[in-house]
Design a protein around this ligand. Structure first.
Ligand code: PLP
Length: 360
């Protein structure tokens, strides 16, 4: 968490009141909630009533898909590389109430084809949901083109912008979106806080019933400390130094290991993400060895029932299974330097040599 977010979190956590209470303590908490709501509304260029605080990006995606589909017939279109909180929610909703679910393909760089996507949308489409930037590859999608088309046809358009907030313009007008999901912990806020941003007039059925908080759209006592930290992080997060550090890391990596495959290098990408495969290696083994060396990186495969499946993102990009299993994902933050990148390259080289000599 950013220092200013911890500060805001601590101050709000000390407030005793519930924002729904009428007394002085409740009004104090309500003020913190209102200020945070105004800050998010300004960031996404919506009215304050368009901000629905949630427990994170996952809940925002669930809230949006369930809330929109409850009111609309027709097919649901999502990209094949969505985060599981969209992918699995879409699958579950389309099973519970049968309707067509279309998984929009991506090319080998991980990009949707916006023209081909638009050709699949017509006024009978229930909803379209496409992420702004992929959480594994960092590849940025041409969502605005699709959003403009949806707007013209009156089809609700949702953008999971969890990875893009703080790095790209995520105002609803820039994205031509009716709904945008975001999450605080991706920008230095607290884990367990997020929001669904709703355009004025965009319809959303109530999904989370209870005391009627968040204008009856998401009941439950609000996470005052979390939203205060979210607003503070939003005003301070800065990823401007990441691209130079990431690019330097990738250059050093390719110099040291020319057979490494870096994904999405030739298309628009987030500044902080690097996804690559080290041929002949197992990503999970590399991850564990790097962990022992003090590095926290991710592999591109997901563990399910003891069987490791290659990432659905790399699969959608047409990456062969062996290469997908050899993938690693590195995220850089504002605190990282080129020296950190160099240290990681050296550690990777050591680990690869060690594993190769063991195998040999
Ligand atoms: C693109 C994307 N969507 C949704 C989520 C889920 O957000 P949260 O962890 O706040 O539930 C993530 C988290 O990594 C993400 O990267």
């Amino acid at each position: 968490m950013l220092a200013c977010a911890i500060e805001a979190w601590q101050q709000a956590a000390r407030l005793p009141g519930n924002p729904s209470s009428m007394h002085w303590a409740g009004r104090q908490a309500r003020r913190v909630l209102d200020d945070a709501r105004d800050a998010l509304a300004a960031h996404f260029a919506v009215e304050s009533s368009g901000v629905i605080f949630t427990s994170g990006g996952t809940e925002a995606n669930n809230l949006c898909l369930a809330g929109v589909l409850a009111e609309r017939q027709g097919a649901l279109l999502i990209s094949a590389i969505e985060h599981p909180s969209v992918l699995n929610t879409a699958t579950a909703l389309c099973q519970a109430q049968p309707r067509d679910l279309t998984l929009l393909p991506v090319d080998r760089h991980g990009c949707i084809d916006p023209v081909a996507v638009c050709a699949q949308i017509d006024p009978s489409t229930a909803m379209v949901s496409i992420m702004l930037a992929n959480n594994e590859s960092g590849v940025i999608q041409s969502v605005a083109v699709v959003g403009e088309h949806c707007q013209a046809l009156g089809v609700p358009f949702h953008v999971d912008a969890v990875q893009g907030v703080g790095k790209l313009d995520c105002s609803l007008d820039a994205l031509h979106a009716d709904f945008v999901s975001c999450s605080a912990h991706k920008i230095g806020g607290a884990k367990g806080t997020g929001a669904l941003i709703q355009r004025r007039g965009a319809s959303l059925a109530t999904w989370m019933h209870g005391g009627g908080q968040e204008r009856k759209r998401r009941s439950g006592t609000e996470n005052i400390a979390g939203v205060a930290a979210f607003a503070a992080a939003l005003s301070a997060c800065d990823f401007s130094s990441c691209a130079a550090v990431r690019d330097d890391f990738e250059q050093r990596l390719l110099n040291a290991m020319p057979d490494v495959v870096v994904y999405g290098q030739s298309v628009a990408r987030l500044p902080n993400t690097s996804l690559f495969s080290v041929p002949g290696m197992d990503g999970e083994t590399l991850l564990m060895q790097l962990d022992l060396a003090g590095f926290a990186v991710a592999s591109g495969s997901a563990c399910s029932s003891g069987k490791r499946e290659p990432s659905h993102v790399l699969r959608a990009m047409g990456v062969p299974t062996a290469l997908a299993r050899a993938s690693l994902r590195v995220s850089f933050g504002a605190e990282h330097t080129v020296e950190d990148g160099e240290a990681l390259v050296q550690a990777l080289l050591r680990v690869r040599n060690l594993l190769q000599s063991m195998a040999g």
